[in-house]
Ligand binder design. Structure first.
Ligand code: ADP
Length: 359
């Protein structure tokens, strides 16, 4: 097992005017045994960052450490890591047993009996012991992914790297496998890096999230810290579904004046604004309440669309006072009777509202 350190790591593809900075000066300390999720939109550099840890890509600048050792010069084999990919990458002509034992036969001194015992034990752990004689083509996607995970686990590596491993599975199986990967990771205690573009998946997995955009580190923190204390507007908009609502405003005398409402800033918010005169206010759909009676710091809205989801409804509203007809979304209890065209008061408490630099 091992810690991982990235020290000012940059990766550029191409030269001169055509160069793409896929990873931009990222520094990161990952503890031994930690489960860290790289999350960000497509093209944000997640895979490239992981591939540099794997040794499949060489950084343009900076150092990668596994444990105390700089591994810049080491190829993938010498780094003692196991990777699991979206497409499983199983050998189609080999049985499950052969797929799982292949790496061990190539890289360890274990006897044939010891290899068989290790493979059987891992197959039991993954619930695939009855499939050992099958070939991958005879298995469902979920079973193939279990085999791919089993093949990684059986090698007892220092580090697991998983690149979108659940993307090819249907939604229900994805949820089951998330729980299973969480459990396996915590049982095995192996340092794990996991790449996903799916913020929901990221929220349910991992000790810490590494949020990336355009190759730059946006925030490193627990899923809850990224949700409740987003470091910037990008993280605030990316983490959480439906996405946070944003409003541009001017601040004067402790009041934020936006197009459509005014908001009296609390002491904490005033301190946060400092000497900025323009800020962006952010509030999550679930932070609002909609009421018939006026509320302190609330404003009048008209309901555009109601989207019932069952236990909650998403209500798209627009401010009556706004000069535009853009809506924002409010999440309410699914039982709350609300009809389209209705006029109500929207309110989000100061404790839940965020302020960001205006972009
Ligand atoms: P993600 O995993 O977040 O989708 P990637 O790490 O795959 O992002 O890609 C980051 C950026 O680097 C993208 O702009 C992508 O087009 C570019 N990129 C990735 N691999 C290569 C490559 N082999 N050659 C050129 N550009 C690449």
């Amino acid at each position: 097992m091992a810690s991982i350190t990235l020290d000012d790591v940059t990766k550029e593809f191409g030269d001169g005017g055509d160069a793409v900075v896929a990873v931009d000066d990222v520094s990161l300390d990952i503890e031994d045994g930690e489960f860290v999720v790289f999350v960000g939109p497509s093209g944000s550099g997640k895979s490239t960052l992981m591939r540099m840890v794997a040794g499949l890509e060489t950084q343009t600048d900076g150092d990668v450490y596994i444990g105390d050792q700089i591994v810049n010069q080491l190829g993938p084999r010498a780094r003692d890591i196991a990777m699991v990919f979206q497409n499983y990458a199983l050998y189609p002509n080999m049985t499950v047993e052969e797929n799982m034992s292949f790496g061990l036969k190539m890289s360890t001194e274990l006897s044939a009996d010891e290899i068989e015992a290790t493979v059987t034990e891992t197959a039991e752990m993954m619930g695939i012991e009855s499939l050992l004689d099958n070939t991958p083509g005879e298995l469902s996607g979920g079973q193939q992914q279990r085999v791919a995970l089993g093949r990684a686990i059986v090698r007892d590596p220092n580090v697991f790297l998983m690149d979108e491993p659940l993307s090819n599975l249907d939604a229900k199986l994805r949820t089951t496998m998330r729980t299973e990967i969480n459990r396996l990771q915590s049982d095995l205690g192996v340092t794990t890096l996991y790449v996903t573009h799916d913020q929901t998946e990221a929220m349910t997995m991992g000790d810490r999230l590494v949020v990336l955009n355009y190759g730059e580190l946006q925030q490193v923190g627990t899923p809850l810290a990224c949700f409740y204390r987003p470091a910037n507007r990008f993280v605030a908009g990316f983490i959480g579904s439906p996405s946070m609502n944003f409003f541009e405003g001017e601040v004067a005398d402790g009041t934020l004046v936006a197009d459509g409402f005014e908001y009296d800033l609390s002491e904490r918010m005033r301190a946060n604004v400092g000497d900025r005169t323009a800020v962006t206010l952010g509030a999550r759909p679930e932070d609002y309440t909609l009421s018939e009676a006026p509320t302190d710091n609330g404003f009048e809205v008209v309901v555009d669309v109601v989207e019932p989801m069952g236990s909650v409804s998403y209500v798209y509203v627009r401010s009556v006072a706004a000069s535009h007809d853009e809506t924002f979304v409010v999440e309410v209890d699914g039982q709350q009777p609300i009809s389209e065209g209705e006029q109500l008061h929207a309110h989000a408490p100061a404790t839940d509202v965020h302020l960001f630099d205006t972009q």
